[in-house]
Design a protein around this ligand. Structure first.
Ligand SMILES: Nc1nc2c(c(=O)[nH]1)N[C@H]1C(S)=C(S)[C@@H](COP(=O)(O)O)O[C@H]1N2
Ligand SMILES: [Mo]
Length: 277
């Protein structure tokens, strides 16, 4: 059941926002009992106002079977060169485990069978890439919210980070033809550490009903070129947010400690973190 927010609620929310702005950073007040209660109220109200303005449950348009594109163009990495990933392909992904950790009470290690046993959602949506092409595909997977609910978020959880299998370049050097051997070797040679694709979203998008970890595309197991065995669908954002080859989901309070700190491989290279369509 949802309750429509009333005017008093909105005003309390705004007061809360002002309150936390005024109190923010004041340790002496925050340290007192009264301060703690006031700050907590400010935080809840803040989230309330945010939810109200962002209409968190508006759905991306869903299409019919007949609209599905005959070919869904694979883009970005289409065949990860990493040894660890190749071993998974060899094993038909039987050895794949999705790790869920970070700010959770109950870290998870989920096989594909485990993921397929969870509630699922199927949706036919349009994927829009910044490069200027679109494709309509049918995706089946487990709602990310189901997985996060099982892992039980800690109170300071704010973002969900997707760590992918594919190395994009080596830290300290570009990805040249000759570097592939090094990537295959795994964890860095003379050129240092592999920089892998990663992405992140906030909790509003994480618990959105159309945000799923997809294992099927157009009714069949996801092919390697489109992100096997598991890729994110976050339908109200652009293509680069839809992380493929997801190996690990890390829940964090801030994005500053990951990669170059802007929330994603392409964000670290100048793209917007919120890529709303
Ligand atoms: N791990 C990983 N995820 C990725 C990419 C990538 O290179 N590596 N490319 C992104 C971009 S720019 C797009 S448009 C989509 C492409 O998904 P597709 O290959 O299924 O078309 O994946 C996104 N997710
Ligand atoms: Mo893209």
């Amino acid at each position: 059941m949802t309750r429509a927010p009333n005017r008093r609620g909105i005003l309390t929310g705004v007061a809360g926002l002002l309150g936390s702005a005024v109190l923010g950073g004041c340790d002496r007040i925050a340290g007192s009992d009264w301060g703690r209660r006031t700050l907590k109220l400010g935080e809840d109200a803040n989230l309330f106002v945010q939810r109200l303005l962002l209409t968190p449950t508006s759905l991306a348009h869903e299409f019919d079977e007949g609209d599905i594109s005959p070919r869904f163009k694979p883009n970005g990495t289409i065949d990860p060169p990493d040894d660890g990933y190749k071993a998974l392909v060899q094993a038909g992904f039987a050895t794949f485990r999705l790790r869920v950790d970070g700010l959770v009470e109950q870290p998870q290690d989920l096989s594909l069978a485990d993921l397929r046993a969870l509630p699922s959602r199927t949706q036919i949506t349009r994927h829009d890439c910044v490069e200027g092409w679109s494709a309509i595909g049918k995706w089946t997977g487990v709602p990310l919210g189901e997985v996060l609910t099982r892992a039980r978020l800690k109170p300071n959880a704010r973002y969900v980070v997707f760590h992918c299998a594919d190395t994009m370049e080596m830290a300290g050097g570009g990805l040249e033809g000759g570097d592939v051997a090094e990537i295959e070797a795994g964890d860095g040679g003379p050129n240092g550490r592999p920089i892998r694709y990663y992405e992140s979203i906030d909790l509003t998008d994480a618990f959105h009903p159309q945000t799923i970890l997809a294992y099927d595309m157009n009714g069949k197991a996801l092919p390697v070129s489109n992100g096997a065995p598991l890729r994110l669908r976050v339908e109200r954002q652009l293509g680069y947010k839809h992380a493929k080859y997801v190996m690990r989901i890390e829940v964090v309070e801030r994005l500053s400690g990951i990669g170059d700190g802007r929330g994603g491989y392409w964000e670290d290279r100048g793209y917007e973190w919120y890529a709303g369509i």
